[in-house]
Design a protein around this ligand. Structure first.
Ligand SMILES: [Zn+2]
Ligand SMILES: [Zn+2]
Length: 262
């Protein structure tokens, strides 16, 4: 099974291409199952996020993914998901939306601590105290049972100066919680592409060596922000599979989905 559950759409305002073009690219790249996991809407009152869909776009997103799911069902399996932060004040709202629209899954993409508006971007944190806040959010998210996996668990290495003792401690705590809760961690190919072109710091080799040594379960995520990402990362996808296996990680063959009793 070739799988990828990390796909965005233009609704987040920083991705390109029609929803259907992502599906066609995934088919061309030989995927058996994919998921759309665009940046979720949050029910903000006095703040408009520049990086996610609006509440009023949820319905259109859901309808579009469900339409594609049906249209291509004989060729590829398509799942409906969202990439969400662990934002405690909005979790009850999130659970209601998941039920209402029958989402298949959520992935954790913990971009901000503690919240988006006025909080820290976790890709630009510099101090052990900020690492602690990031780690606490990720750990609580894994314990919540809401998330099928943790996207870019090592996002903090995008901005953190070096893989020092605090960075290693953060990695160990996230990885051991992942093993304990059975929530896999994602090896992020968008990060890998950008680490090669712009030198950004994740996926961090030391984080993944440690995860391999500890025997964690993982999943590769393209984090597609354009349909072409599916094709551009084809070689990288294969190489990453080999690398992760060599490091001792277990690649999962699928992720957990919500069971909406009909
Ligand atoms: Zn994005
Ligand atoms: Zn993403």
């Amino acid at each position: 099974m070739k799988i990828n559950y990390h796909t965005h759409t233009t609704r987040c305002m920083h991705a390109k291409g029609k929803d259907e073009d992502y599906v066609l690219a995934a088919i061309e790249a030989g995927f058996d199952e994919i998921g759309f996991s665009d940046h979720c809407a949050w029910p903000y009152k006095d703040f408009v996020s520049p990086v996610r869909m609006k509440e009023e776009e949820i319905e259109n997103y859901v309808l579009s993914v469900k339409h594609l799911k049906e249209k291509y069902k004989d060729i590829i399996s398509i799942k409906l998901g969202w990439e969400c932060e662990y934002f405690e004040p909005y979790l009850d709202w999130l659970k209601k939306i998941v039920q209402k629209y029958e989402f298949d899954y959520l992935i954790l993409g913990h971009h901000y601590s503690p919240l988006e508006n006025g909080g820290d971007y976790n890709g630009n944190i510099k101090t052990p105290k900020q690492l602690e806040a990031y780690k606490n959010g990720v750990v609580k998210a894994m314990q919540s049972g809401l998330f099928s996996y943790v996207a870019h668990p090592d996002l903090y290495m995008k901005g953190y100066p070096s893989f020092d003792d605090s960075a290693e401690k953060t990695a160990k705590e996230i990885i051991s919680k992942s093993i304990e809760t059975g929530v896999p961690i994602e090896y992020n190919l968008l990060g890998l592409q950008r680490s090669q072109t712009e030198g950004i710091g994740y996926p961090h080799p030391k984080f993944w060596a440690l995860a391999g040594k500890m025997g964690a379960e993982c999943v590769i995520g393209i984090d597609a922000h354009s349909p072409q990402s599916y094709l551009e990362t084809a070689e990288m996808f294969k190489d990453s599979q080999k690398l992760l296996e060599r490091l001792g990680l277990k690649l999962v063959s699928g992720i957990k989905f919500f069971n909406h009793n009909k």
